[in-house]
Design a protein around this ligand. Sequence first.
Ligand SMILES: N[C@@H](CCC(=O)N[C@@H](CS)C(=O)NCC(=O)O)C(=O)O
Length: 234
Amino acid sequence: MSQLDAFPITRKWPAAHPDRLQLYSLPTPNGVKVSIMLEETGLPYEPHLVSFDSNDQMSPAFLSLNPNNKIPAILDPNGPNGQPLALWESGAILIYLAGKTGRFLPEDVAAKYQTLQWLMFQMGGVGPMFGQLGFFHKFAGKEFEDKRPRDRYVNESKRLLNVLNQHMAGRAWLMGDEYTIADIATWPWVRNLVGFYGAGDIVGFKDFPELTRVLNAFEARPAVQRGLNIPARG
Ligand SMILES: N[C@@H](CCC(=O)N[C@@H](CS)C(=O)NCC(=O)O)C(=O)O
């Protein structure tokens, strides 16, 4: 018996290593934030694939941990006070893992809150807006005759990209020289916009040279390359 047996999610996704942090995810732009963070920190963990093909995110086992039916989610057997901690929302998970490992969130108080500012900018702006653009540009919304919703998200995505592009001039990472959880949250979404969504032309990505530069640097990190494919798709 392990402490994790009390969590119904472990019945659908049994923990082979109950002493390790359990990750329930899929390599989407939100999912890879956490696998990249785990790879960057070297924390031992066990990844479990939540397949959208079989609607795993709607299963009672998954909903028992995250009632919001979205990946990523984690279950840490060694949470605060030695108790297991279940957590969802990628931004909260990144902050938690940064606190647990002392990595990728500056100690300096001002720099810490500025990192959280950029993290919130990703969570509240970049992710939701790019996601909507993906719907109207690549998925079901593509067929809609009325192009105004698509155009709204194109314009908003361009605006966000411009904010990022201006900020990145003369900086290696969002916080300057220091690579942080804000980068781990943001660059997978920029990558997804031009890659998987194929929206580079429609947002004029070539007009944002700083973003291409930083995205290349992000993708060159070995931990990022590993994290982008975790959990492996079945
Ligand atoms: N704000 C959430 C968003 C998570 C999210 O949207 N996850 C998507 C994949 S990228 C998902 O699980 N979609 C499944 C569904 O909506 O059924 C986070 O950052 O964790």
